[in-house]
Design a protein around this ligand. Sequence first.
Ligand code: NAD
Ligand code: WQD
Length: 338
Amino acid sequence: MSVLVTGGLGYIGSHTCVELMNSGVEVVVVDNLYNCKKSSYDRIKALVGKDFKFYECDIRDAEGLNEIFDKENISSVIHFAGLKAVGESVAKPLEYFDNNVNGTLVLLDVMRKHGCKKIVFSSSATVYGMNNVSPLTEDMEVGGVTNPYGRTKYMIECILKDLYTSDDEWSIVLLRYFNPIGAHKSGTMGEDPNGIPNNLMPYITQVAIGKREHLNVWGDDYDTPDGTGVRDYIHVVDLALGHLKAVEKAEKENGLFIYNLGTGVGYSVLDVVKAFEKASGQDIPYVIGPRRAGDIATCYSDPSKALNELGWKAERGIEEMCEDSWRWQSTNPNGYPD
Ligand code: NAD
Ligand code: WQD
C-alpha cells in the first residue's frame, strides 16, 4: 500500500517524502513541476537511498490521475499541490481558484471513484483570518481571510467538511501550518523560491549570500514587544513528521480531524534576524519599511491538540531552523539545479 503525495517535489512535500520513506512508508509522487525542479526528485532519492514512483501530472488532469490510481495501490493521499503566493493570488484569483479548489475537486472525485477515502490536506494558519487572538486553537471560527490564496484554503476546508458530512467513511485530516522554515540537515534539500522571495526566511538567506542588499522589515509599529510582526516559525522537518502522524491517524480511524502544526512560540521579525545572524555568522542589514497590506501583528498556535491526539510536538528550535536554512542556502546559492 502506498501514500500518494501530491506536490511531493515541493518544499514541504519533499521533506515529508523523506520522513515517510525513512519510516518504511511507500510513496508515489504526483507533481506538475510548476514550482519545483525535477532535481528535487534526485535529492530525495539520494537521501533515502531508494527509488520511488514519480508521475509528472497536474492534479486537474482527471484522466492522468485515474491512470495513476489504476496502476498504483494507493491507500491514502497527502495533498500538498497548490499555488501559495499571497500577492500573486490577488493579481490572479482565477488561476488560484482553478489550481487549488478545482484541482482538489478533481483529486477528490478520482479518489472516490477508486474507493480511496483518506486524505491529509495542507491547510494554513491563514484560515484563522484577522480577528482571532493568538494562541490560535482549532475550535476558533475560521474564514475571515483577506486574500484569494487564503480563501482557497478556507474553501477547501469547507468542501472537505461537507464531504465528510455526506459520507462518514472518509478520513480527513486538515493540518493548519504556521510558518514553515528550515531545511533538511544534509543541506541538500530546502526552500527554493522563484524570483524575489515573499516570505521572511528565504529573503533573509538571500541577503546573507549577497543576492539582496538588505531586508525590508514590513512595519515596526505593531503592538508587539519590538513593534515588528510576531509569527510561529516551525522547522520543515518537524512539519514533515507531523504528516507522518496525521497519515497514520487517517489510516486507522474515520473522521474529520483538524490540527495546528506550530511550536506555540512567537518570534518577531527582529528576533529571527538576530537568531539568523548568530547561527550563520553573517550580518543581515535591514531597513524598516511600511506595514505590508494584509499582515497582522501576531499569529501563533496552541499546538496542544496535535500533542494530545497525534502524539506530535515540534522539537526543533529557532537556532536549528536558522542553521539549517543557512546550510541549504550557502551550499546551494542557486537552489536546485535545472
Ligand atoms: P511548493 O510550491 O514548494 O510545493 C507545492 C508543489 O505543488 C510544487 O512542487 C508544485 O510544482 C506542485 N503543484 C502546484 N500545483 C499543482 C498542480 N495543479 N498539479 C500538480 N502539482 C502541482 O509549496 P510548499 O511550501 O511546499 O507548500 C505545500 C502546501 O502547503 C501548499 O498547498 C501550500 O499552500 C501549503 N502551505 C504552505 C505554507 C508555507 O509557508 N510554505 C504554509 C501553509 C500552507
Ligand atoms: C513573516 C513576518 C512579515 C518578508 C505567509 C502567508 C501564510 C502562510 C505562510 C501559506 C511578517 C515579515 C516578511 C519580508 C518582513 N503561507 N516580513 N520582510 O505573512 O506570516 O505568512 O506565509 O499558507 O498564508 O500569508 O509569512 O514569511 O511572509 O512573513 O518584514 O521581506 O515577516 O511582515 O511579519 P506570513 P512571511
